[in-house]
Write a protein that binds this ligand. Structure first.
Ligand SMILES: [Zn+2]
Length: 436
């Protein structure tokens, strides 16, 4: 494990590790450490070590899986898994139990999935740890998601929205009524993108109201509309329409009934929300299936947006190289691209270079630091309306997107390569990933 030296060194040759501080479960159920003294004695320090190590390595997720006699820990940094501590199975179980206890979960229950979380602090930075346990292989599997509350990207430009994209979203959302949905596989940033769309709108010239759960996000000049779920969504929409809003934010659409209801009012107001579909083309199909009417979707849908996350090269250690002009042309990069960037290659283990190698202090030697979004936007152009009305397949929908020059992942990714934001090998990795 890698530990940074503590700032509060008391004895010079014995630096103390600054461990993470646990500050109580999110559900308010105070853990009874006294009643679980044996567990705390065995597992509190290893648990602190594990979480501290993950934070120092910039991991956004920890996975602990029991395997044979061991518990295998992997740390996910910018979406990529790295092997971390390997501990005896028994210790893995103790750490899992400890995290459950600290999260206010039931430690006696080991056969049903549980979810919760806790507040934490490390080097004066506040974190929220979201905890998930699931039964598996005779012992529980543990997932801890680490969220740095200060660096959570919120602004459209931080998410990777280009100016062109923001203009397009404004036009598609506020110029005429209709639905704008965001879709994509889990973990691709769909929720963040949905709020990014709302933030890209101009709240001072448009009335934007929320009927959905904003999960504690602060949305400037956007007002929650007071309504009770018990009165039904339709009644809520009818009441909110009296205020004549331009845009309504709604909770994720998960069934035919809700989809039909929103499309019933899609000629009066703009809706923004999430749609469970792996990409924009299957999103159209899902809506057609739910509404049972291709015309309704062709007329009521304004746009579908889908994000993908891609790692950004570390500015400190990225390396420049001269690409082959033929490769530039083949990839479709702009012909004026003379140089590209890539992460540094660590020397081969066992060589003198490897012994002398000092990993970059900024990215820890990974070569990438943080992620940005790339986006596909399906717009309901006249040509797309025809394809949707005719019940077009996902393939035909994609063809139409290309024909109309809509924003596509591949083009967006190559733009970032040409700008030196990311590397070709990262683009390959992202596109080879199986859809979750
Ligand atoms: Zn670096």
């Amino acid at each position: 494990m890698i530990f940074r030296r503590s700032k509060q060194v008391e004895v010079e040759d014995e630096p103390e590790i600054e461990y993470v501080l646990f500050q109580g479960p999110l559900n308010g159920v105070q853990p009874n450490l006294a009643a679980n003294a044996k567990l705390a004695q065995a597992a509190l320090v290893p648990t602190k070590e594990l979480i501290t190590d993950a934070i120092l390595r910039r991991a956004e997720m920890i996975r602990l899986d029991p395997k044979g006699n061991a518990a295998v820990v992997r740390l996910y940094v910018d979406g990529v898994p790295y092997p971390a501590a390997r501990m005896p199975r028994q210790q893995g179980t103790a750490v899992t139990q400890m995290i459950k206890l600290l999260s206010g979960l039931d430690i006696k229950e080991r056969n049903a999935g549980q979810a919760g979380g806790l507040n934490a602090e490390h080097e004066s930075v506040k974190y929220q740890l979201k905890v998930q346990v699931a039964p598996g292989d005779g012992a529980e599997r543990l997932i801890v998601r680490i969220e740095n509350l200060k660096t959570r990207p919120e602004k459209p430009e931080d998410l990777g929205f280009s100016q062109t994209m923001r203009d397009k979203l404004r036009e598609r959302t506020t110029d005429h009524p209709g639905a704008v949905f965001c879709c994509g596989p889990g973990g691709s940033g769909v929720t963040t993108t949905t709020f990014g769309i709302l933030r890209a709108l101009d709240p001072y010239t448009r009335t934007i109201l929320t009927l959905g759960d904003t999960e504690g996000r602060k949305l400037i000049a956007m007002n929650p509309f007071e309504w009770e779920a018990s009165e039904g969504l339709e009644r809520g929409i009818q009441r909110v329409l009296r205020i004549e809003p331009n845009v309504l934010f709604v909770d994720p659409v998960r069934d035919a009934e809700t989809a039909k209801l929103l499309f019933k009012y899609s000629d009066t107001v703009s809706f923004v929300g999430e749609l469970p579909a792996k990409d924009v083309a299957t999103g159209v199909q899902q809506l057609v299936q739910w509404t049972g009417d291709t015309n309704v979707v062709a007329e009521g849908l304004n746009a579908l947006v889908s994000p993908k996350l891609i790692r950004k090269l570390c500015e400190k250690c990225k390396q420049v190289f001269k690409p082959n002009p033929k490769a530039i042309a083949k990839l479709g990069l702009p012909p004026e691209t003379h140089v590209l960037f890539r992460p540094p290659r660590p020397p081969v283990a066992g060589t003198p270079e490897a012994d002398a190698w000092v990993p970059c202090h900024k990215c820890g030697g990974i070569g990438y630091l943080g992620r940005t979004g790339i986006f596909e936007i399906l717009e309901m152009s006249p040509g797309m309306k025809d394809v949707v009305r005719a019940g077009g397949s996902p393939q035909q929908i994609r063809q139409q997107m290309k024909a109309d020059g809509m924003q596509l992942f591949q083009k967006e990714a190559l733009r970032l390569v040409a700008e030196g934001v990311t590397a070709l090998e990262e683009v390959q990795r992202v596109f080879q990933q199986p859809a979750a």
